[in-house]
Structure formats: structure tokens, C-alpha cells
Design a protein around this ligand. Structure first.
Ligand code: UD1
Ligand code: MG
Length: 524
């Protein structure tokens, strides 16, 4: 009564980017993500923990949406507000959102109980119930779409009531074990959970991955028959196999060729293992797509990142979140980009930290640049060492090459921002804007006290504190007038080396003492 197929290992060469396949007709998907995950020893619900910069639950949800021809029900419980938030942010596409329903499991009474909560999602609408369901754990982030397609193919070919995904592990501890019996010893009779397994059953190395295809007519009726009299007092979804077999229905299985794909994350160790595997897969994918990595092992790329052809990533580069990098860019070592959009031919030198910013084509940045959220560096603009920017638009071809802070600023085209320029955007209560017109020359060590506007073509003399708007094409200068005292330095030196009465005299020190004895505090 059992059938099994192996998922063929595909060489990474043949993998390539997956051509999007059509959703499977009449397939409803249920993702279970309500558990706390006690074994993580965390304040945070397990499915919110990140793997390669993406909450674990999103791997199952995105995979589910990829194949679902019908609705997808996500079962949430622990920290469900945060889980909903993560889903809302990540699944923004309206069509995909419309197919996704979130249901709550108030008490976590087991995986069987979790699936029961999804029933109302599939009971509504004119389409009728799905012909079959794909059920996914929320803690198996390494599963691949090809595997799910194979599981569906086998399920249909075998006309099974349930088809499960299994893996053969060296160390199967913690997982549900697949018990096979029958004349050939190959027929699956049930799954036994780790805490309920006898010593003999614990020796079984074939495990249940937690990925199931279940016949639509069978699922919810069979769930009503679950009984929580087991070691954990839970309604086990896995007891469905036993129910199917006892009704004389077919149970089929697909055995993973690469068991690591079936990794279930219950502990921090397993989380680290999932991270390691996914990071490696991501590197391979981008190498394959034409990205150069000088040292792939130290190059960290999140799941949501995209990178253009012929871009070169030097050792210890980190690309995070929804960052996109164009073609022919060079990113030097120890640079981190988070949620940034980078055009083509952009060069970012070492030790730069860039967040939620946009770099247009041919921009050059670094080393040691800090971009906080809301920066736009326009085409061919340059940002040099020790420059911090925040909510600033740096115009085309403009330069801020050394030691500056630009915050809440709009800088036009072809502007030179001299070394040490600071926009004083915060008066302790509110933030204000600085506007600098096209082709302005800002001399070194300038402070711009916002709100302030410098008109196009103006020249700001070095050392100026700009407190009022500057008209276009004007010179603005505010400096203490310079005083030259002829011979003063030579006299000072003479006093220091040839002291009167043999005592060492320090001109500066003496002047300070005099000033102190005259200070009002002293006299009071
Ligand atoms: C489960 C399987 C086990 C399998 C393993 C694979 C059961 C009874 N056992 O065990 O056979 O080898 O996965 O990784 O299914 N969840 C809920 N509500 C609940 C309980 C769990 O939504 O009341 C969710 C969790 O958030 C998680 C998933 O279901 O995403 C699996 O739960 P977990 O506690 O991790 O089950 P395992 O012990 O790993
Ligand atoms: Mg688990």
C-alpha cells in the first residue's frame, strides 16, 4: 500500500534560476506556525527567528504561495501580532495577499489541532473545498519547490490519502520516526513521535520531515478522530497516517536524497545549521548568476537580496534585507548594506555602513561612509571618508569628500561640500532642512544652521557659520577678522628660553593665571 520515490539530487549546475511553474490546481496549503518553540529557549516565537535575514515562517509561506492553486491558511498563536506584521511587510503583492488567510490557534494543543483551526478558511467561498492540501511546518526553511512538486506528483500518481516526505538521518533523535511494516517491510504503518517511541523505534533512522499532501475529502474528517492520549497530551497530526492505514487507504512517501533539506529547526543548534546551509545556497546561486566573490565564505548575502552581473564583492561584505545591487559594481571589504538600492557601476570602498538608502549609477562612496536611512546619492556623486548622511539628497555629480555631516538636506547638482561641513539640523527640539542650490561651493569647516537655503552658484567661504539664507551667486563669509602681531612669537620664544631672574616663565600660563584672578567667580 505504500509507494516511495526518491527526490533526485540535482547538480548545482543544472539548478539555475527556477522557471516559475504554474500553481497546482485545487491545492490548498496550510502552514503551522503557532508554537512557541520551547527548545529555542527564547522570548521570541520560533518562527520569527531569522534565517539569512528572513523570518523562518516566510520560507514556508512563500513556498506555499508558490505552489498553492487554492488558498493558503497560516495558523498563528504565539506572538501572532508580530507574525502578522512580518507577513504584511513581506507579502505585499495584492494577489498573493488575497490568497492568504491568517487564523489563530489560541491554545497550542498540537499540530493536529493547529490544522483543524484552518478549516473555516477552506469552508468559505464558492469554489468548494480543495481537492488536496499541502501541510507545512513553519520550521523547515530548507525545503525546495522541486521537492514539493515531486511530492504532489507521487501523491496523484499513487492516489494516496496521505503522502509524506521523509529523510534518513545519522542522528534521528527528536524527530517523528517512520514505522514501516507489511510483507515487504516497506509499507508505512504509522509515525511515532520521539517521546512516545520505544527503544526499537528510536533506533529507526527514517524521519518524518513534517511535509504532507493530504486528500481533501479525507483530511478534516480524519482530524476529528485524533486522540491526545500520548506522552505530550497533544493532538498529533502524524496520527493521520495510522487512521488512513486503518481505513485501508494508501499512504505514500518521498525520501529526500539530500536529508539536510528536511532539517526541522527546534533548537539554536539547528537554527545555526539552517543558516549555514541557506547562506551557502545563496552564494552558489549568485555565483552561478554571474557575480564575482573574491572570498565566498566570508560574503554574507541575505535571502531577499538581488545582485547584477559582473558585480565584484570583496571579502567580508554583507548585503542585508531587501538590498538590490546593479551590474558592474565593486563593493570593498567590511562594508554592510541594509535595504539599499544600488544602481550600476557603483563603487563602495571599505568599511562603509549604508542603510535604507539609494545610490544611483556611477556613484562612488567610501571608505568609512555612514549612510543612515533616507539618503539618495545621485548619479556620479561622490561621498568620501568619514562622511555621515541622513535623509539627504546629494545631487548629480556633487561631492562630499571628507569629514562631514549632512542631515535633512537637499543638495543640488555639481555642489562641492568642503571638508568638515556640518548641517546643524537639530536645535534640541526639532529637525530643520538645509537646501543647497546647484553648483554651490561650500568651503571647509562650514556650519549651516538649519533651516537655511543657499542659492544656486553661491560661494560659502571656509569657516563660515551660515545663519541666514544666502542669495544665488553671492559670497557668504563670517569669520573673526584676522590679527597679525609682528614679532610676537619671537618675543615669546626669547622669554621662554632666557627667563628673567632665572625662573622659567610660560607666557601662556601666566596669561591664564592673570585672567583667572580677574574672573568674577574668584572675586565673589
Ligand atoms: C513535528 C512532527 C514530527 C516531525 C517534525 C519535523 C508532529 C506531532 N510531529 O515535530 O513527526 O519529525 O515535526 O520537524 O507533528 N505548531 C502549531 N501548533 C501547535 C504545535 C505546533 O502551530 O499546537 C507548529 C509549530 O509552530 C511548528 C510546527 O507546528 O512550526 C511543528 O511543531 P514542532 O513543535 O516543531 O514539532 P516537532 O516536535 O518538531
Ligand atoms: Mg519542529
Amino acid at each position: 500500500m505504500t509507494a516511495q520515490r526518491r527526490v533526485e539530487a540535482r547538480s548545482s549546475r543544472s539548478k539555475g534560476p527556477l522557471a516559475a511553474q504554474a500553481p497546482a490546481a485545487g491545492l490548498g496549503v496550510i502552514v503551522m506556525a503557532a508554537g512557541l518553540g520551547k527548545r529555542m529557549r527564547s522570548k521570541q516565537a520560533k518562527v520569527l527567528h531569522q534565517v539569512a535575514g528572513q523570518a523562518m515562517v516566510l520560507y514556508s509561506v512563500k513556498l506555499g504561495l508558490q505552489v498553492a492553486g487554492d488558498r493558503l491558511a497560516l495558523v498563528v498563536g504565539h506572538q501572532n501580532d508580530q507574525v502578522r506584521q512580518v507577513i504584511e511587510t513581506a507579502i505585499s503583492d495584492k494577489q498573493r495577499r488575497a490568497r492568504l488567510s491568517i487564523v489563530e490557534q489560541r491554545e497550542q494543543l498540537g499540530t493536529g489541532h493547529a490544522v483543524v483551526q484552518s478549516r473555516p478558511v477552506f469552508a468559505v467561498g464558492t469554489r468548494g473545498a480543495p481537492a488536496r492540501y499541502l501541510i507545512l511546518n513553519g520550521d523547515t526553511p530548507l525545503l525546495r519547490e522541486e521537492t514539493i512538486r515531486e511530492l504532489l506528483r507521487v501523491h496523484d500518481a499513487e492516489r494516496a490519502a496521505i503522502t509524506i516526505l521523509t529523510a534518513i538521518l545519522q542522528d534521528a533523535s527528536g524527530y517523528g520516526r517512520v514505522v514501516r511494516a507489511g510483507l515487504t517491510g516497506r509499507d508505512i504503518s504509522r509515525i511515532v513521535e520521539d517521546p512516545d517511541a520505544t527503544a526499537d523505534e528510536q533506533a529507526i533512522r527514517e524521519i518524518n520531515v513534517g511535509t504532507y499532501v493530504v486528500d481533501g475529502a479525507f483530511l478534516f474528517d480524519a482530524l476529528e478522530k485524533l486522540d491526545p492520549s500520548n506522552a505530550q497530551g497533544e493532538y498529533y497530526l502524524t496520527d493521520l497516517l495510522h487512521i488512513a492505514v486503518s481505513q485501508g487507504r494508501r499512504v505514500a512517501a518521498v525520501v529526500l536524497e539530500k536529508p539536510e533539506e528536511g532539517l526541522g529547526v527546534n533548537t539554536r543548534q539547528q537554527l545555526a545549521e539552517a543558516e549555514r546551509v541557506i547562506r551557502q545556497q545563496i552564494r552558489e546561486r549568485w555565483l552561478e548568476a554571474g557575480v564575482t566573490m573574491i572570498d565566498p565564505g566570508s560574503t554574507w548575502i541575505d535571502a531577499g537580496v538581488t545582485i547584477g552581473k559582473d558585480t565584484i564583492l570583496h571579502p567580508n561584505v554583507t548585503l542585508e534585507g531587501a538590498t538590490t545591487v546593479g551590474e558592474d559594481c565593486v563593493i570593498r571589504s567590511y562594508t554592510r548594506l541594509s535595504d539599499c538600492t544600488v544602481g550600476d557601476r557603483v563603487e563602495i570602498l571599505d568599511h562603509s555602513v549604508l542603510r535604507e538608502s539609494v545610490l544611483e549609477d556611477d556613484a562612488i562612496l567610501g571608505p568609512f561612509v555612514h549612510l543612515r536611512p533616507g539618503v539618495v546619492v545621485r548619479r556620479k556623486a561622490k561621498v568620501g571618508n568619514f562622511v555621515e548622511m541622513k535623509k539627504t539628497d546629494l545631487g548629480e555629480g556633487s561631492k562630499a569628500n571628507h569629514l562631514s555631516y549632512l542631515g535633512d538636506a537637499k543638495v543640488g547638482r555639481g555642489v562641492n561640500i568642503g571638508a568638515g561641513t556640518i548641517t546643524c539640523n537639530y536645535d534640541g527640539i526639532r529637525k530643520s532642512q538645509t537646501v543647497i542650490g546647484n553648483h554651490v561651493f561650500v568651503g571647509s569647516d562650514t556650519q549651516l544652521i538649519a533651516p537655511v537655503t543657499v542659492g544656486a552658484g553661491a560661494v560659502v567661504a571656509a569657516g563660515t557659520t551660515v545663519t541666514q539664507d544666502v542669495p544665488a551667486d553671492a559670497l557668504v563669509i563670517s569669520r573673526v577678522p584676522q590679527v597679525n602681531r609682528a614679532g610676537w612669537a619671537a618675543k615669546r620664544r626669547a622669554l621662554a628660553t632666557d627667563p628673567p631672574h632665572g625662573n622659567h616663565v610660560n607666557l601662556v600660563g601666566t596669561a591664564k593665571k592673570r585672567a583667572k584672578s580677574r574672573s568674577p567667580q574668584r572675586r565673589a
